[in-house]
Design a protein around this ligand. Structure first.
Ligand code: ADP
Ligand code: ZN
Ligand code: MG
Length: 488
């Protein structure tokens, strides 16, 4: 990094806050009885309420409220005894009422926390309809006709607003992944960014390092993958850094990040910001969760990532970083637990290494890093068996790696692979000693130097034995035998 970069790097601290929309997995819409649908024919799940016919009245979906309460409780929020639905007024073809029912000054929940990040608020609202832009040559944004699909109109949404507590793009991505895992564990949403059931806007500003005030922020709209969020925030930090370095001021605006070209374009400035003229929704009573609903939401909360991390550390003895890694990736954690169950004689931290270390690395080496352990050919009990065989010394650590590579490639049982490939640990010490003897003859020069008091010269001798045994001997034992024979 050049000197100017280094100084400006140190001179500014990025400040990031996220606004997240989550589509709930209810059977029906937020304020009517239409079913939620994904990929059905357009405009088949509609009724007078979600099409905004005059005189139709909304009723609140209790299942959606329960999911929202579960999310709010999982985020350690304070639940409002009475929260208020409000009309957020704007005109757009995806919004037949010309307002969206949302919550404004009295949201469902406030003042929570997830990991290191405080939660500002959690509220309920309804999704807009979906606009489909069509041209004659197919579907191309920005040209031709626009069609509206009202199937999505009225889908229940939970909006989660973080405090501006994040400090770098990777942390923002990781935190969003933790939030997704948390909501997925609850079962409240599919939380799938590609399909739009998880959507995220990022607010970004810079401030002088060491200061606690907030700089002018910009908002990056609707980035639809975790990678793009990280890259979009990083690009925006660089853009603001250049503006500040040039002695200019950041303008408050809403931006679109183009992940292909990496460019940021303005969608609207502060002056163009909407005035939504919020007012309380007259057709709905306040949302007042009963004790019974709160109790039900509390009881149905599953083990959340933070609790799981705690259990992995306290009960299974995992080190902090590994406990976090396995607990915050629920799929990986579930896989790990199945291996633990299948190998009661192997300590959990050893198994954690097999799963998060060896297996993940073996998948990467096999160019299967898109593959998680859970979707790989390696069945948890098979990995447990291999871990137990290695612990009992039936395979050397080198041979165990070969066995694991074979399991990644073709699945199957580790003992069968060991027998087929002749990878069993050499337990006949006579056989190993004979090979050590041959090593000393073949690498006479190295042997002479070891005898002469240079222990570092032992490498070629050990290498010879490992080659001859195809890694079936344990390195420490080989070294011990060679030293013994050379009197070193
Ligand atoms: P607005 O009124 O513009 O919507 P809010 O205060 O509601 O702004 O905050 C929206 C989001 O922006 C929140 O996630 C918040 O944490 C974040 N945020 C607010 N101010 C800043 C700032 N100066 N820099 C970065 N993020 C910010
Ligand atoms: Zn409807
Ligand atoms: Mg806001």
């Amino acid at each position: 990094m050049n000197e100017r970069g280094a100084t400006s790097e140190a001179r500014y601290e990025p400040v990031i806050g996220l606004e997240i929309h989550v589509q709930l997995r209810t059977r029906t819409k937020m304020f009517c009885g239409c079913e939620l649908s994904f990929g059905d024919r357009p405009n088949v799940h509609t009724c007078p309420i979600c099409l905004a016919h005059p005189g139709s009245l909304p009723t609140t979906n209790e299942r959606a409220v329960l999911y929202a309460l579960e999310i709010a409780l999982a985020l350690d929020c304070e639940i409002a005894p009475r929260s208020i639905f409000a009309r957020k007024n704007y005109f757009y073809p995806d919004n037949p009422k010309a307002y969206q029912i949302s919550q404004y000054d009295t949201p469902l929940a406030t003042a929570g926390r997830l990991g290191e990040v405080r939660i500002h608020r959690v509220h309920l609202e309804e999704d807009a309809a979906k606009l489909v832009h069509v041209s004659e040559s197919g579907r191309i944004h920005g040209s031709g006709e626009s069609l509206v699909d009202f199937n999505r109109a009225g889908t229940p949404l939970v909006e989660i607003v973080s405090e501006p507590d994040l400090r770098d793009p990777a942390a923002a991505r990781e935190w969003l992944q933790l939030l997704r895992t948390t909501i997925r564990q609850i079962g409240a949403s599919d939380v799938n960014m590609e399909e739009g059931s998880l959507r995220c806007d990022a607010n970004v500003s810079l401030r002088p390092a060491g200061s606690s005030g907030l700089g002018t922020k910009t908002e990056l709209k609707n980035m639809n993958s975790f990678r793009f969020i990280e890259r979009g925030i990083a690009a925006e930090i660089e853009r603001q850094r250049a503006i500040l370095d040039a002695g200019q001021e950041v303008v408050q605006e809403t931006l679109h990040f183009d992940p292909r070209g990496g460019s940021l374009t303005s969608l609207r400035s502060k002056e163009e910001a909407h005035d939504y003229r919020y007012f309380p929704e007259p057709d709905l009573v306040p949302l007042a969760p009963t004790e019974a609903m709160l109790a039900r939401a509390r009881e149905s909360l599953p083990e959340l990532p933070a609790e799981r991390r705690e259990r992995y550390a306290a009960e299974l003895g995992l080190a902090a970083a590994q406990a976090t890694q396995l607990a915050f990736d629920a799929e990986l954690g579930d896989y790990f637990e199945r291996v633990v169950e299948s190998a009661p004689d192997v300590d959990a931290p050893v198994i954690a290494n097999w799963v998060a270390g060896d297996l993940v690395a073996a998948l990467r080496d096999a160019d299967q890093d898109g593959d998680s352990p859970a979707s790989s050919r390696v069945e948890p009990p098979a990995l447990g068996k291999l871990a137990a065989m290695a612990q009992r010394g039936e395979v050397s650590s080198g041979a165990a790696r070969s066995v694991l590579a074979a399991m990644v490639a073709e699945g199957g049982d580790p003992r069968a692979i060991v027998e087929r490939e002749g990878l069993g640990q050499i337990d006949d010490s006579g056989e190993l000693e004979a090979i050590v003897g041959r090593a000393i003859e073949a690498e006479a020069e190295a042997a002479e130097r070891v005898r002469g008091g240079n222990p570092k010269a032992i490498g070629p001798l050990v290498g010879f034995v490992m080659r001859e045994t195809k890694g079936r001997a344990e390195g420490a034992e080989v070294t011990r035998l060679i030293r013994e024979r050379l009197g070193a």
